[in-house]
Write a protein of this length. Sequence first.
Length: 281
Amino acid sequence: MSTDTEQKSESTDSVEVEQPFISHLIEMRDRLLRVVVVVIVVFIGLFSFANELYNLVATPLMVHLPEGASMIATKPAGTFFTPMKLALVFSIFASMPFILYQMWSFVAPGLYSHEKRMAIPLMVSSTLLFYLGMAFAYYVVFPLMFGFFVAMTPEGVTVMTDIGEYLDFILKIFFAFGVAFEVPIAVILLIWGGVTTAEDLAQKRPYMIVGAFVIGMLLTPPDIISQTLLALPMWLLFEAGLFASHYFVGLSKEARENERAMEEEFDRAEAEERSLDDEGP
């Protein structure tokens, strides 16, 4: 009899464990579907402007091409699929705030109140920094880099870049600078999570500078201009992350202390209520 009871309890516990897991999977599926729908809607809205978007991102190269030179398409369907690819990628970038909001809504129920207060500004800051990195690449890096490339063209060589190769090239640069500008967020999370301290990172500043130039070498084309233009902002953003970490870590510590005090007060009130119940009338 006891064995049957134990088996029933075990089966009940397994069902209780499986139900929350399945509900989380269902919620994840719903949020992914929402993300896909939003990206598709934005893509449909940008579909008619795909060529204009491509002309916009091609401007940094076109202004440096010699008179009479132009970009070319080496594939039969390249003039159609390349602008469409750009429109799709741009749709994902434009939908990033909504994507991050869905991620936040999925993980927020499992966070403490002080973690929620920390996560919201970090999420907003990471989005703005990613866009800032892309803008820096477009307005600062591209003009200098393409001007340098065209100026270094050997005599007798005509610059005629394929539109597909150009798009793949600039997307890598956009992504590299967008990710590189997330350095302050990474620094804050490392210090906030207790992996390291601001003092330890400050002492390792020379290694960070060298690492920034190595990352710039790996993520950018093999020229000193784009490498330096990526490494220097990474270094400055690293310093900004160290500075901001003092505020965020102090705020998190204060919030944890407040929550701990509230929990202790709640436990003390419960203990007093139990003691009063035990005494009885």
